[in-house]
Design a protein around this ligand. Structure first.
Ligand code: NAG
Ligand code: NAG
Ligand code: NAG
Ligand code: NAG
Ligand code: NAG
Length: 470
């Protein structure tokens, strides 16, 4: 799931480095001159027009251009659009969410990337579409890293779309909701072809890490049945939370337990499993549990982590069922619907690049490996690359050249078929691995690697620094 925090000062260094190291510093300075974007909960753009329920999934309901002013390294403020589009709640009813599309100069127009950023929170104020308009200093390391990764794809000439895949309620973790949100976002971009100059039926690759890999893995799982019309050429997913129950148990009572109240809040949203789950949750929460749960409904990932550090969701101080919570029939049923790879008819048909740190401290490696076995047994084409020397954060960065190499091969129809396991031990990033033009971006990522530390050894320490400074 899962964004990671570092100290504000270190982040400021990363962000400032991007401004000062850049020959295009003016584009990073633009947000200062702009008024604040409007909160999604009051911005009318997010409200679907009357009658939208009868439109097809992926229909564009509203469109606008925005100034995506947070970009530090690309030569010009990139052309950016937002679309409100129709998608589908878990119970099958129509809902609407937003995607943000970035189009670089000299873009390739027969393809695009769907980039699923790890926003990892259950409040609409954390929607990517809102934060892309702000241009503020990024508040956590993963957001900064993902911004640079997105810039790398733009500089490689790809149109990039980044959907609010958690939907209108900002539901963090329900896989089916997020998967449909991704797929309908792809349809909406495809339907926007005239403005983008995109060819009809473009080739698409979806990518996401950590929380973004929930969206990616479920989009990959559901695409053959929900959106067979899309020309998907591949999927890239790293640090994948393949089994939600196992992920919850893994991070419970750790520095990262703050993701759990947000995940429960996400599962219990109306567009997710609210009808069955919400009354169960409300009936078992203690007053302390209720305050944590309510906090997670209106705060983003960093604040969530600081609100529930080294605390246990399975403690009777939080909810009366204690360790029995995950065996409560409604809870167990919801959790079971969030395990990837259980059913043959949820197997990706396009090739998948899956990568994971062997020592990932946030998302268990074993469940990603189980997912690979399962998809492979059902005939998927998977390249599973294990990073032997890295943590959750550093592997997102070190894996980028391999991810890009896969993307380029998959668009060319040259991704290897069948299943392959592969181990990488090198934990450094070559600054010119993606060519000299991308050296400024990779240099930023090398700075981020230094901040995270070998095997993420600085991450928890940085969490504590942030905590002590509040
Ligand atoms: C856009 O897509 C539509 C529907 O697929 C197609 O009819 C139209 O020709 C496309 N426009 C362009 C400019 O490719
Ligand atoms: C998912 O994780 C739970 C908790 O670790 C485990 O009991 C279950 O067997 C796992 N399911 C699969 C399909 O791996
Ligand atoms: C179905 O989903 C819609 C959209 O999120 C929600 O408003 C509605 O309450 C849900 N209905 C039931 C019965 O779950
Ligand atoms: C799988 O990906 C890794 C990392 O990019 C690459 O080194 C390896 O050659 C790939 N394996 C196959 C069989 O394509
Ligand atoms: C690891 O990768 C870096 C950057 O590509 C390279 O300079 C170095 O030689 C590699 N180390 C090993 C042991 O292969």
């Amino acid at each position: 799931m899962f964004a990671l925090v570092t100290s504000v000062r270190l982040l400021f260094m990363v962000s400032m480095a991007s401004i000062f190291a850049s020959p295009w510093a003016y584009s990073a300075a633009l947000p200062v001159a702009r008024g604040a974007a409007e909160d999604p909960s009051t911005d009318p753009f997010y409200q679907p027009p009357a009658g939208f329920e009868s439109t097809a999934p992926g229909t564009i309901l509203r469109e606008r251009s925005i100034v995506a002013s947070f970009f530090g390294l690309i030569p010009d403020p990139v052309e950016a659009h937002q679309l409100l589009y129709r998608t589908t709640a878990i119970n099958g009813s129509a809902i609407a969410t937003v995607t943000t599309i970035f189009k670089p100069p000299f873009a390739k127009t027969d393809r695009f990337i769907s980039f699923h950023t790890a926003y990892d929170s259950s409040a609409t104020i954390c929607d990517p579409s809102y934060n892309y308009q702000l241009g503020s200093v990024q508040t956590d390391l993963i957001s900064s890293v993902e911004m640079f990764i997105m810039e790398a794809y733009l500089l490689l000439g790809y149109i990039v779309a980044s959907p609010d895949y958690e939907g209108p309620d900002a539901a963090f973790s329900p896989g089916h909701l997020e998967g449909m949100g991704v797929l309908d976002g792809m349809r909406a971009v495809t339907n926007f072809n005239e403005t983008l100059g995109l060819s009809a039926n473009p080739m698409i690759i979806g990518t996401g890490y950590s929380g973004g890999a929930i969206a990616t893995g479920w989009a990959a799982s559901l695409q053959p049945s929900y959106a067979p019309d899309l020309d998907i050429k591949g999927w890239v997913q790293g640090g994948t939370p393949a089994n939600l129950t196992a992920t919850m148990l893994y991070i419970d009572d750790t520095a990262f337990s703050g993701f759990l109240p947000a995940a429960v809040a996400g599962l219990a949203k109306p567009s997710a499993y609210g009808a069955e789950l919400s009354s169960v949750i409300n009936s078992v929460l203690t007053p302390l549990g209720k305050s944590k749960y309510e906090f997670a409904q209106s705060n983003c990932a960093v604040a969530d982590l600081l609100e529930f550090p080294e605390m246990s969701l399975l403690s009777t101080s939080i909810q009366t069922l204690g360790a029995g919570l995950i065996r409560q029939p409604t809870v167990a049923s919801v959790l079971n619907q969030n395990i990837m790879g259980l059913y043959k008819n949820q197997t990706p048909t396009a090739p998948v690049f899956i990568y994971h740190a062997a020592q990932d401290e946030i998302i268990p490696y074993a469940d990603a490996s189980t997912l690979v076995d399962s998809w492979c047994s059902y005939g998927a084409s998977v390249n599973f690359t294990t990073y032997g020397n890295g943590g959750h954060v550093t592997t997102e960065i070190v894996g980028l050249p391999d991810a890009v190499q896969f993307v380029e091969a998959a668009f060319a129809g040259e991704a290897t078929s069948g299943c392959h396991r592969n181990t990488e031990l090198n934990n450094t990033l070559n600054p010119i691995a993606l060519g000299v033009e991308l050296e400024p971006i990779l240099s930023e990522l090398i700075n981020a690697l230094a901040i995270a530390g070998k095997n993420d050894e600085n991450i928890i320490q940085n969490l504590n620094v942030l905590k002590n400074s509040i």
